[in-house]
Every structure is written in structure tokens, then in C-alpha cells.
Design a protein. Structure first.
Lengths: 163, 163
């Protein structure tokens, strides 16, 4: 799949920088992690991840504040950022990548199908993107993985933080 | 993919029993979780999972004893069982499914490429299977997911534990 080329470039960049990566996934449910581990030699870079499908696991596994989840629901930009940060902390990685959104077929907590947030947290801080995706459940999940990997690649284009 | 039919049957069975499921994955790196979340309506059953790619995360995220990992390495039947049990406990689910093994291309800690353990832990106890798989990295990972789902289906054929 096309995700591979972007992911391969990011894995190479992380290897050059001596930095590591972790994931926290809601709607993509492991697909982002599975895309990364397809890459030979990824074990030098990728530490692991959290599949936080149930809302309460976003708190229990990734440390997203319960108050934030109660106030905004799971499909929210600050929740996405907290998930990316949680992936870093809980998996002991330099960078965290996260996804949360509505894959469908039904809207969720008043949020429409296709509303997705992808976030990256790393040494320089965190970035989040709001997406409005179209298509069926599988298309929305696949595109969410692509966009999360593109955001990671974008964040990694900045120079490494000085130590 | 063919995994879908087996997974769909297990998800239906869990829904009938009012029971929930979690995953802990090493070599399959999220592919088992991603296969499950493809199923519409799975959110009533699947809580989430742990991608424990780095060996130390098998302890930190899934609670596999450090002494067991130090003594046997990550590719071991008791580690697989502990991962399945850890998935249940950490994700608050009735059932846990786990994978650990060598996807290749290189042997790992003296264990050959294709040696894989899949395990299921649930209310009646735990089951583990040793597999000797052939093929490339992707084939070994895909077949590991299939075998993990088949073991889950087998365990779910037994009557529900009386409460």
C-alpha cells in the first residue's frame, strides 16, 4: 500500500535521529501499528502501541484525563493530542502518533461519520489535524492511517531537537 | 480476508454470552486488532489491545514477569499465556488473545523464523499453541492472526462458565 513509502521514510529518519516511536489508536484499531511493523528493521524504531477502542481505555491505558473525555467525548482534537502524548509516555518512546474519529456506519456522540483527528507528539511539542473523510468504514480507517503517517513525516522534517 | 468469517463468528458468540475481548500482540503488531475492528458492531465486544513489540513493553504494558522474559526470552509459550492474561487484566476484558513469535527475516534470540505461540485466556483458563509457520514476514504474520482467531473460536465453543 502507499502508506509504506511514507512510513519507510519516517522510520529511516527516526533511525538516523536515534529516536523511537509509539502509537495510540481508536478508530484505526491497530491498522497504524500493523502498517509500521510491515517494514523490515522497524524494531530499532517502533516500540509498540495502545489500541484504545473503548472510551474508558483512553484513560486507563493512555492516560487521557477522564474529565476531558466526559466533557468532549472521545472524538476531539485535545483527546487526540493526549493520546499521542500518552503513547509516548506509556510506551517510553520519543514520538507518539494517535488517531480518534468516527469510522461509521453510525454517527457517534453527535459527531458525524468521517470526522477524524490525527495527532503527533514529540520532543518539539504536539500537532493535531482535523479531517473530514468520506467513504465506508474501511476507506475512512485506511485514509486515517495515511494522514497520521503524513503528519508524522511532516513533524520529522523539522531538525532534531538539540540535546 | 478469510480471517473475517472466523472472527465474525467469535464476535457473535461473545455478544450472545455478554462477554468482552482484548488483544496483546508482539509479532502481529496490531494486525489481529485491525482484523477484529473491521467487523461492524464489534465495539460491543472488543475493548482494545496492547501492541508489545519491544520486549520490555511485554512487562511494562502487559505485566509479563521480567524474570520470565529474562529467562526464556519473548518467544515462549508461558510468555504468550501471560500476554493473553495481561490483555484481559489491563484492558478489563473477559477474554484475551495474544501472539508472540519470530516473523523474520532473521532468527531472534536463537529461535527460528516461523516459531510462533498464540494464546487465549478467559474465564475457564488459558490455552496456548506452538506453531511452525513458513513463508515470508507477511505470510507468517497473517497466518499467526488466523491461528489466534481459530484458537479463540475453539475456546468459545465450550459452554459459558456459570456465574
Amino acid at each position: 500500500m502507499g502508506n509504506d513509502l511514507v512510513a519507510v521514510a519516517s522510520v529511516r529518519r527516526l533511525k538516523e535521529r536515534g529516536e523511537t516511536l509509539a502509537t495510540a489508536e481508536s478508530l484505526t484499531g491497530g491498522l497504524l501499528a500493523a502498517t509500521l511493523v510491515e517494514i523490515s528493521g522497524v524494531s530499532a524504531v517502533y516500540r509498540g502501541g495502545l489500541v484504545v477502542y473503548a472510551t474508558d481505555l483512553k484513560h486507563a491505558l493512555a492516560g487521557v484525563p477522564e474529565s476531558l473525555l466526559a466533557e468532549r467525548g472521545p472524538v476531539d482534537p485535545d483527546v487526540a493530542t493526549a493520546l499521542a502524548q500518552g503513547a509516548r509516555v506509556r510506551c517510553g518512546a520519543d514520538w507518539g502518533v494517535a488517531t480518534t474519529g468516527v469510522a461509521g456506519p453510525e454517527p457517534q456522540d453527535g459527531k458525524p461519520v468521517g470526522l477524524v483527528y490525527v495527532a503527533v507528539a514529540g520532543p518539539p511539542g504536539a500537532e493535531v489535524r482535523e479531517l473530514r473523510l468520506e467513504g465506508d468504514r474501511e476507506a475512512i480507517r485506511t485514509e486515517s492511517v495515511t494522514r497520521a503517517l503524513l503528519l508524522l513525516a511532516e513533524c520529522l522534517r523539522e531538525p532534531a531537537a538539540s540535546v
